[in-house]
Design a binder for this molecule. Structure first.
Ligand SMILES: Cc1ncc(C[n+]2csc(CCOP(=O)(O)OP(=O)(O)O)c2C)c(N)n1
Ligand code: SF4
Length: 342
């Protein structure tokens, strides 16, 4: 069997390298690595045309462990380096791996412009709500009150939502997944890959050493079904152990609320249907937090438009088309030129 470019079909293990994986035992990064290797195999990705670019952090060790091209760059600058890689060779499939500090502290500016420019990059944000590599300082996504070495009395910052940030700066694709959800994660990654333009996937990732259990309130077996809604384009926003809870728009507050199907004549028809092209709905979904509302997982927003790299190359082709025939000397002497007399 062979992939789209005629390369022999590879298995997930074929995308692993011979490098010793140096994350702490039990780190959520292992699960994400596994899901990405599964994704690459499903996509029949050609390692020679695939690049993983990262910044600095635990998450950023990722390129060492993926048997494709890779570039472990500078803290916060993965989106900038990936921009250069994609523009220099648009044939490459470029993935970006960032931690929450990497992406949203030092790299916030780079990420913002990369998203609004809409470079065709598959961007994975490993959100463990902490700085792992530097031993557990708080990050922009850490919750208020979190005690860390840099917030000994508890964080007084209001945390940043990766989804609201992305949607606010004009991203055309935002999805959210959980490290341990091994069936769902590759499906989300494949959607991100199919999207032409910048696709940001936030992965809720457990840092077992410095922020263990931070997502337990939504992932523990006894609460998961009531605290997670898995959104599907065109499908009603229904969740719960018995699939009997739904999300409805409260017209007087313009906010989402949970309704119980069957109560006071409420039926599925009263529940909102997911529309992944609706930025307002995506924003409401991205903002949802327990205990009042479930956390929204899956592709919250996907509304493609032309990508920056396509537009750059369209302009380059147009400029080439207008260039006068001939060599460099002719080009240098064409149009507005003048001679400076001695
Ligand atoms: C310019 C610069 N500033 C600061 C650092 C120190 N530093 C390295 S990784 C890191 C943050 C790591 O946290 P995160 O990006 O969330 O990734 P994680 O380690 O949790 O995967 C920091 C502050 C650095 N390497 N370079
Ligand atoms: S410090 Fe946390 S994020 Fe880093 S490898 Fe260890 S468990 Fe993973």
């Amino acid at each position: 069997m062979s992939g789209p470019d005629g390369i022999a079909a590879l298995q997930p293990k074929d995308y692993a390298t011979d490098q010793e994986v140096r994350w702490c035992p039990g780190c959520g990064d292992y699960a994400i690595l596994k899901a990405v290797q599964r994704t690459l195999a499903d996509l029949a990705a050609d390692p020679a045309k695939t690049v993983f670019v990262s910044g600095i952090g635990c998450a950023a060790r990722f390129p060492y462990y993926i048997a494709t091209y890779g570039f472990h760059t500078i803290h916060g600058r993965a989106p900038a380096v990936a921009t250069g890689v994609k523009l220099a060779n648009p044939e490459l499939d470029v993935w970006v791996v960032m931690g929450d500090g990497d992406a949203l502290s030092i790299g916030g500016n780079h990420l913002m412009h990369c998203l609004r420019r809409n470079l065709d990059l598959n961007m994975l944000l490993f959100n463990n709500e902490i700085y792992g590599l530097t031993k557990g300082q708080y990050s922009p996504t850490s919750r208020a009150g979190l005690r860390t070495p840099s917030t000994p009395m508890g964080s007084i910052d209001q945390p940043l939502s990766a989804g609201l940030f992305a949607l606010g700066v004009g991203a055309r694709f935002f999805a959210r997944g959980v490290d341990t959800q091994q069936k769902r994660l590759p499906e989300i990654f494949k959607r991100a890959h199919t999207h032409r333009g910048a696709s940001l996937v936030e992965i809720l990732q457990n840092c077992i050493v410095y922020n263990d259990g931070v997502f337990a309130g939504i992932t523990e077996r006894d609460v998961a079904e009531d605290r997670q809604v898995h959104v599907q384009h065109g499908e009603p926003l229904i969740f719960g152990k018995d699939q009997d809870r739904g999300l409805r728009l409260n017209p007087s507050t313009l906010s989402l609320e949970v309704v119980n199907l069957g109560d006071a004549g409420i039926t599925e028809a009263d529940v909102l249907r997911h529309d992944e092209k609706n930025r307002v709905l995506a924003t409401l979904l991205a903002a949802m937090e327990p205990p009042t509302l479930p956390v929204a997982l899956g592709v919250l927003y996907c509304d493609p438009t032309s990508s920056y790299d396509q537009s750059v190359h369209t302009q380059l082709d147009a400029a080439k088309g207008q260039a006068p025939a001939g060599g460099l000397q002719e080009v240098m002497r064409a149009g507005h030129t003048w001679t400076v007399e001695a």
